[in-house]
Design a protein around this ligand. Structure first.
Ligand code: ZN
Length: 95
């Protein structure tokens, strides 16, 4: 079993292994975290920090009181990405 440099989008675990391919050739991965609700997932993007979904998660975590470092670690992005995302969000929602 080989641990690859991929993070589970559900639980953030890096205990992820390759798990065959989809019929369309996309690589599937499996999360080895026994508590994870998702387990099987696909990785299509390398620049996850640019994904709207990740940005939404960054904002969600900030609203839940997570620190920048924690957020970056859990989502597998750099603290810089977290900070710039939050800065833009704050500016947009200034009352
Ligand atoms: Zn997982």
């Amino acid at each position: 079993m080989t641990v690859v440099g991929v993070q589970c989008p559900q639980c953030g675990s890096r205990e992820v292994v390759r798990y065959g391919r989809q019929a369309n050739g996309e690589q599937r991965y499996r999360c080895n975290n026994v508590d994870c609700e998702r387990r099987i997932f696909l990785v299509r993007y390398h620049h996850t920090g640019r994904l709207p979904e990740v940005k939404r998660q960054i904002v969600d975590m900030a609203l839940n009181g997570s620190g920048i470092r924690d957020t970056a670690r859990v989502l597998g992005v750099s603290p810089t990405t977290v900070m710039s995302t939050l800065k833009k969000k704050r500016r947009r929602s200034t009352r």
